[in-house]
Design a protein around this ligand. Structure first.
Ligand code: IPD
Ligand code: CA
Ligand code: CA
Length: 263
């Protein structure tokens, strides 16, 4: 299988599905929002239809591959490959008309990620990487930020919807980062947070309670851009473990601080 050819096809697919999302956003109104379980966990026909289109085409591009996607597609597949997809990461932004959202796609071969794509729909920017190669934004190679001090860093995080019992510890961590950095952003799309770490616009990103589809594509792009991604223990269980710390040269400093206040 030629990964580089596959990557080109997947990028075209993202552009096509992104076009659909942009077009739908022009006529979107709040009556089209649905709730998934809780009032703050939102979804729409755009998320579902985008997933359908992505899965249909990826199944043709790589026949026999399995899927794990946010809006319910979960299949085992008959070969070594599995796509991990969030058709629309940043749903709440999208539904409110905030232009920060992305298509997030990771491809695993025997549980190891070999391709990652984060497509920033509003800017039509595609962040992408395949194994043994650098990361790119469109045609341009990207690298993590050269900044190596927390006090010169801009970070991003998210405010989790669940497991609020951990909220106090989390807020404590945020408070300390606020005092020690140039600032913290909450963009509302974990895939975009990771893309910005990969290209050095942000020095780091941390969040808990994320799902594999939020981060499969973006974490791989950060790694191929020279960054480090771990769980809060410093281990590798960031895809399924719900804890994620991604960074460039300030990763170690971030992790040390998180560990001090996380139980
Ligand atoms: C969400 C976004 C957000 C993060 C949430 C995710 P969704 O994904 O990535 O930044 O804080 O935890 O669920 O629901 O917009 O696909
Ligand atoms: Ca998501
Ligand atoms: Ca989503």
């Amino acid at each position: 299988m030629n990964l580089s050819e596959l990557e080109k096809d997947v990028i075209s697919l993202c552009e096509e599905v992104g076009e659909f999302m942009s077009k739908e956003s022009e006529n979107f109104d709040l009556s089209k929002i649905e709730q998934k379980g809780s009032f703050s966990n939102l979804v729409s026909y755009v998320d579902k239809e985008s997933e359908k289109r992505l899965v249909a085409r990826l199944s043709k591009l790589l026949p026999g591959s399995g899927f794990l996607a946010e809006e319910g597609t979960e299949t085992k597949g008959t070969n070594a490959y599995r796509w991990i997809i969030d058709p629309l990461d940043g749903t709440t932004n999208y539904l409110h008309g905030l232009p920060i959202y992305a298509i997030s796609i990771g491809l695993q071969q025997n549980d190891k990620t070999v391709l990652g794509i984060v497509y920033d729909v509003s800017h039509k920017d595609c962040y992408h990487a395949i194994e043994n190669n650098p990361a790119y934004c469109n045609q341009k190679e990207i690298r993590i930020s050269p900044i190596n001090k927390l006090e010169e860093s801009l970070l991003a995080t998210g405010f989790p919807y669940y497991h609020l019992d951990k909220r106090e510890n989390y807020l404590e961590i945020i408070k300390i980062f606020l005092e020690k950095t140039h600032g913290i952003r909450r963009l509302g799309s974990a895939a975009m947070d990771l893309a910005y770490v990969a290209c050095g616009k942000l020095e780091g990103f941390f969040e808990y309670n994320l799902s594999p589809w939020d981060v499969a594509g973006g974490t791989f792009i950060v790694q191929q851009a020279g960054g480090i991604v771990t769980d809060f223990k410093g281990g590798e269980n960031f895809l399924h473990g719900g804890e994620l710390c991604a960074g460039g040269k300030v990763h170690a400093e971030m992790l040390q601080l998180i560990q001090k206040h996380w139980s």
